[in-house]
Design a protein around this ligand. Structure first.
Ligand SMILES: [Zn+2]
Length: 704
């Protein structure tokens, strides 16, 4: 679901599939007492993922539209299960019965004050020459979790629909009650735009793609270039993911097919009740052009060739949305390789398989790469190799509707997953050549170190290429931008993909990787195989690269002698978060808060982490016990009661922001209380944080 931000656009040369260079064999690796034997296994693994085969997987998976719960989606599940079995994985297709809406009617008309029709839509997505657009199975553009209804109203333009955008309208005394809010895509998760519009009294939302953000302003549109064409629409869920993801009727409970209806709750709090409809700029343009009222502030002007106004006045819109909500069957595919030494300690690696339409980039570049990673693991298995820990590959369904397949599976296996040593996510694996990653701090160095071992199509290794883009990114930064650390940047995990239930509900250390590039067809029918081959990766070398990185994550973690978590970095990150929260508290005038105990607990955690790091490096003593304590440390950061107002989110350090959605909010309990200027709640949450940090420190202190 996520679109990674781009550091730089590199030119895409025609390249032959990469061969393994000599420098991809490190002598020592954190977590291994002697890396020589494992190094041989890694080299054998890295030689297997094949660019051509990855391209074939992609072609097969994207041959038909395969939205979650459709027969075509089931076909892709069978395909993935077949490849898992062929590699020797113990494989099952796991069904869930979950609430999903499909569109029956989506319509909009706009009129000027004289009653003249300005536009009637939505206009069908169309460009000359796209091969897949006319398939009758292409679902009409709609928003997952949208309300149904028939509303007419005046229009107000609200820029990106961020909290500050709505506040700006309020400061100009523009009332939103009964209005249709027109917002552009970008900056934050679309569900947040609708969430705030609904809170402010709007009766409907139109979300359009402005050419400034992913259209002609960026470059040539498809089919000439990679950017969004005039009729291209971004579908997508507007579920309130920041409250809870998954089946909106079963928070905390798995929607197994036999779950009785009496065990389900009303989805009301988790979805908008107002209508929202995604449209193209072809359809938004006549509305924006007719809109009167104050001129839009400078930053609100997009790339359409006229001056934008805020409204209301000049145009009325009629919206009809009839959504068919049904409990539908979806299918996860789960493939396991049992660990020889620690069978109960799982290393989980997953990618979602369902797409809004063809999903060549999102998500099936990830599926194709995962299948070649599985191919590599299969080759090792055939030689008699067994991992130390159990490896579980997962092909999630219904991610697009709200991370549903992964969330239900995690909710079903919460107890087991409390022992899982890692979750590795890959959603959009390849939209171009620029590798990027996000992770919990304990795995940031793990992912950096690992990319030294994977050859790259553009540089010697994926790390070198990543570093190059990082340096160029820094050069292009303005002087007042935050100073980046010396090493390549690994981001924080917010939400918008399947790592959310693992990390933020259960506390499984997680990473998310991808490789980005110019990509303007996100969630449109044009995200298809033809687009992929022309724009992203004509020789599938980046699929091969991502297969290697993804597979190596699983392999290196599963076989490690000592779990390679870096809690020193984690503790330092937490110290910096606390310092920032302290500054925020004084800026917000919540000055009575005592940060001393939290700071002391973070300091204790850091000291314990430094001692643990020495023992991890030495790799001697009671290793099973050491590993157990290392793993339990992340769990110690989970607070069973969860966040105030959203108890499903239980991690004390990371959550998706209520008003950002994709982006992470750190120390969410404390910071959200400060945002609300609620000193009492902030004090309580500071105490919850302090307890969590002391638990984590205590857990590490048991290591000797
Ligand atoms: Zn996706």
């Amino acid at each position: 679901m996520t679109v990674r931000t781009l550091l730089v656009f590199l030119l895409l040369p025609a390249l032959a599939p990469a061969v393994l260079p000599a420098q991809s064999t490190p002598a020592a690796v954190f977590g291994y007492t002697d890396f020589a034997a494992e190094s041989k296994i890694e080299q054998q693994f890295l030689a297997v993922p094949d660019a051509k085969l990855a391209g074939q997987h992609l072609k097969t998976l994207t041959a038909e539209p395969h939205m979650a719960a459709t027969p075509e989606d089931h076909k892709t599940a069978e395909y993935v299960a077949g490849k898992f079995r062929a590699a020797g994985l113990e494989t099952e297709i796991v069904p869930y019965r979950v609430l999903i809406n499909w569109p029956k009617v989506v319509r909009m008309e706009a009129y000027d004050p004289s009653g003249k029709l300005l536009i009637s839509g939505p206009t069908r997505e169309h460009v000359d020459g796209d091969p897949g657009q006319d398939d009758p199975r292409v679902v009409m553009p709609f928003n997952g979790s949208s309300g149904s209804g028939d509303v007419t109203g005046e229009v107000v333009y609200a820029n990106y629909g961020r909290l500050e955008d709505f506040d700006q309208l309020a400061s100009q005394h523009i009332d939103l009650h009964g209005k249709i809010v027109l917002v552009r895509y970008g900056s934050i998760f679309r569900g947040v735009k609708v969430y705030i519009a609904q809170q402010r009294g709007a009766s409907g939302v139109l979300i359009y793609s402005d050419p400034q953000d992913d259209g002609y302003y960026k470059g040539d549109p498809w089919p000439i270039g990679p950017w969004r064409p005039e009729t291209g629409v971004q579908r997508g869920s507007v579920q309130f993911l920041f409250k809870y993801p998954g089946d909106p009727e079963t928070p905390g409970v798995a929607s197994t097919p036999d779950l009785p209806d009496s065990a389900r709750i009303s989805p009301e709090g988790n979805q908008p009740h107002i209508i929202s409809i995604p449209i193209s700029y072809h359809d938004a343009s006549p509305i924006l052009q007719a809109l009167q009222g104050p001129g839009a502030p400078q930053g609100w002007q997009g790339a359409l060739p006229f001056r934008y106004h805020l409204g209301p006045g000049g145009v009325r819109v009629h919206l009809v949305s009839q959504q068919d909500y049904q409990r539908r069957i979806i299918w996860d595919v789960i493939g396991k390789v049992k660990g020889a030494e620690y069978p109960d300690d799982w290393v989980v690696a997953g990618n979602h398989r369902d797409a809004w339409v063809y999903g060549a980039v999102d998500p099936n570049s990830g599926t194709a790469a995962m299948l070649e990673a599985v191919h590599g693991i299969g080759a090792l298995l055939r030689q008699g190799w067994r991992p130390k820990r159990t490896i579980v590959f997962c092909s999630w369904d219904a991610e697009e509707e709200g991370l549903i397949g992964s969330t239900e599976w995690v909710e079903q296996h919460t107890k087991t997953l409390e022992l899982a040593v890692a979750y590795f996510n890959m959603d959009v694996a390849v939209a171009g050549p620029d590798f990027s990653a996000a992770a919990v701090p304990s795995l940031k160095q793990f992912i950096r170190e690992l990319t030294h071992s994977v050859p790259s199509a553009l540089s010697a290794t994926v790390y070198d290429q990543w570093k190059l883009a990082h340096i160029e990114g820094n050069e292009h930064r303005t002087s007042n931008a935050p100073k980046e650390d010396e090493d390549v940047h690994v981001g924080d995990l917010g939400s918008g993909s399947d790592f959310t239930p693992f990390l933020q509900h259960v506390g499984v250390p997680s990473t998310d990787i991808g490789s980005s590039g110019p990509y303007g067809v996100y969630h449109s029918t044009f995200d298809d195989y033809a687009w992929y081959v022309q724009n992203a990766d004509p020789h599938f070398v980046y699929l091969q690269e991502m297969a290697r990185v993804f597979g190596l994550e699983a392999l290196r973690m599963a076989d490690s002698d000592v779990l390679p978590y870096d809690y020193v970095t984690y503790a330092r990150a937490i110290e910096s978060y606390i310092a920032a929260a302290r500054r925020k508290a004084s800026d917000a005038g919540v000055s009575s808060l005592d940060f001393g105990s939290a700071e002391a607990a973070a300091g204790r955690f850091l000291a314990a982490a430094q001692r643990a790091h020495e023992l991890q490096t030495a790799g001697t003593g009671d290793l099973p016990r050491l590993n157990q304590a290392l793993r339990a440390t992340e769990t110690a950061l989970v607070n069973d009661a969860g966040l105030p107002n959203r108890p499903w989110y239980r991690h004390t350090i990371y959550a998706p922001g209520e008003f950002t959605g994709y982006a992470a909010v750190v120390l969410p309990g404390v910071n959200e209380a400060l945002d609300a200027r609620d000193g009492t709640r902030a004090a309580r949450q500071l105490s919850v944080l302090t307890q969590a940090l002391n638990r984590a420190a205590q857990t590490l202190e048991t290591i000797r």
